[in-house]
Design a binder for this molecule. Sequence first.
Ligand SMILES: O=C(O)CCC(=O)C(=O)O
Ligand SMILES: [Fe+2]
Length: 280
Amino acid sequence: MSASIHTLTPELGAEIRGIDLAAPLDDASRDLIYRAFLEHHLVVIRSQAGLSTARVLELSRVFGRDLEPHTFQEFHHPETPLIIVLSNRTEAGGKPKGLADAGTFWHSDVSYQANPAKATLLYAVEVPEDGGDTLFCNLTAAYEALPAAMKARLDGLTAVHDYLHSKRDILVEGKVAAPPPGVHPVVRTHAETGRKAIYINPAYTTHIEGLESAESDALMAEIFDHCLAERFRMTYRWKPGDVVVWDNAATMHSATTKHLDPAKHRTLWRTIISGDTPVR
Ligand SMILES: O=C(O)CCC(=O)C(=O)O
Ligand SMILES: [Fe+2]
């Protein structure tokens, strides 16, 4: 069966059919997956239950050469630090088997880093019948839909991104030292497609540089309001065996796991594909 691309919504996401990830990927499949990723910002490959960690790492490398181990070592997959386990399961004694909530807030992954993640891959090992959806927002389409005057106003601005802005419990508990904040353009140009996207997010962006704090807050609120309109959004409902990969330079996302019934088990493997410094 040859692989084909099917859009999920007119603006965001594509499903790739006709690919079996249990077998090594040929060059044509890699090209097709990567092209769909650039064009649609998010790709889904369904019904891939039972993949090994090696297969998940091989697929991750379609999107970039370098993968990053996650800061929270306690949730690394036992076979490799390049996969972190997201799970609400606990062992006997209550020890968590994974990171139970990787971010029930709108964010672009590790945007506080100097070189934020290029892409993120999630592989659904087990997911409940309902609940635990992941929400996505297309920041390229949101930028392109801005009035010219707003584009001109944002172009050239920079913003500070700080991990502590979202007040992560794990840091409050003092388990991991907080990474230093990063500064990035408010509008970034995609390194490969050349398309511009808004690059601030409610979870990590503390303020826009050079503006009074009230003005920065008001401008950010206005932009987030615009971005989070229904037409730029997509809700992903997981099925076991789904693989989803998104472009962090073109989208933001939110988990909903904070509100998931603890009796419903959800376990995903996650890899991070390294990125470059965002540019204007
Ligand atoms: O668990 C989810 O739905 C998404 C978690 C998340 O934000 C991530 O993996 O980057
Ligand atoms: Fe995330």
